[in-house]
Design a protein around this ligand. Structure first.
Ligand code: BTN
Length: 334
């Protein structure tokens, strides 16, 4: 995709610590100095701070803090997924937005980000609370190319692992993964992942996959939702740390996701298992309509959960087969 002048200028400033003169920029991008000046005004109006320094040119003093597709695409344009980035303040569900976009002919890999959702969806038909002061709700639409086919069964785990690795450097204690798609921090669920596949109805071929992530950064949950949300928490309690940039986080997430996607499955699973919650503990789970109890042993080479039942029989469970209630994990992590 060709870059706009705005994107080219911003990219230049992002990689530059010294002031850049209007003449220099005009020559490099083969436009008039007036076009450069106008674009810089436009960038400033949209939340960047690019100051004119007497006699030496323009300097980028601060980046836009709100979610900014331009910044994220500059930082991820060399990643092999190279997604197009979209942002809206409020949508029904970013997974639905991504699905709608996937119906377009020649759609590309894309990232859909929202500050709030009115109909955020979780697994098993649950809703996902999506109106936190600082929630981050995003969906990655991936074309079904060979690498996606190859890692299809592991995409949710890859997303969980990527989120954990990307967020851990910002945190005091490590995040843990509740198999298969939930992230827990200090005993509370702070993120969930919903992966959905799109098929061509006639050929039954997989056309794309949507990996949707809801991340509770900071804020409080409404009291009327307390029952359903009693096990939900936020990463940063009530407010976002000053040095946390959602744009930087999303760019890092995308790079890490690309990296994990290309790794050998057994290495991915090894890292994933090391972060698994409740290993060696007694868990309760529901399989069909029956309730079971057993010791959580880990995951097998397919990413299925290994459990030793009370009669010593070892069984493996795929994610579609079993539901592990969150409450017991809250107790385990406390
Ligand atoms: C779960 O907890 O069961 C999964 C929750 C997934 C929520 C995310 S938020 C972004 C994307 N859009 C949705 O409607 N759901 C996912």
């Amino acid at each position: 995709m060709t870059q706009s002048l705005k994107e080219k200028i911003l990219e230049k400033f992002i990689h530059q610590t010294k002031p850049l003169s209007g003449t220099q920029l005009a020559q490099e991008f083969q436009v008039s100095r007036n076009a450069i000046w106008k674009t810089i005004q436009n960038l400033n109006q949209s939340g960047y701070q690019i100051q004119a320094k007497k006699g030496s040119g323009y300097l980028l003093e601060s980046l836009k803090r709100e979610i900014d597709p331009l910044q994220i695409s500059i930082h991820t344009k060399d990643s092999f997924l190279k997604p197009v980035i979209f942002h809206k303040e409020i949508v029904s569900s970013t997974n639905d937005w991504a699905k709608e976009y996937s119906f377009k002919a020649n759609f590309q890999n894309a990232l859909f980000i929202a500050d709030q959702q009115t109909e955020g969806r979780g697994r098993y038909g649950n809703s996902f609370y999506s109106q936190l002061e600082n929630g981050l709700y995003f969906s990655l639409l991936l074309k079904a190319d060979p690498i996606i086919h190859q890692k299809l069964d592991y995409l949710t785990m890859i997303a969980a692992l990527t989120l954990t690795k990307t967020l851990n450097p910002y945190l005091d204690t490590s995040l843990k993964i509740k198999w298969v798609n939930d992230l827990f921090y200090q005993g509370k669920k702070i993120a969930g992942i919903l992966t959905e596949a799109n098929f061509n109805l006639e050929s039954q071929e997989l056309t794309s996959v949507i990996v949707g992530i809801g991340l509770n950064l900071s804020g409080s949950f409404p009291p009327q939702n307390e029952g359903a949300l009693s096990f939900a928490g936020t990463l940063f309690k009530k407010s976002l740390p000053k040095d946390f940039s959602k744009n930087q986080f999303l760019s890092q997430f995308l790079h890490q996701f690309c990296y994990e996607l290309t790794r050998e499955t057994k290495l991915i699973l090894k890292d994933y298992e090391a972060l698994l919650m409740g290993k060696g503990c007694i868990i309760n789970f529901q399989h069909g309509s029956t309730h079971y109890q057993g010791t959580l042993l880990g995951i097998d080479e397919k990413g299925h959960l290994k459990v030793r039942l009370i009669n010593n029989q070892i069984i493996t469970l795929s994610s579609g087969q079993v539901h592990l209630g969150s409450q017991q994990f809250y107790q385990l992590d406390n």
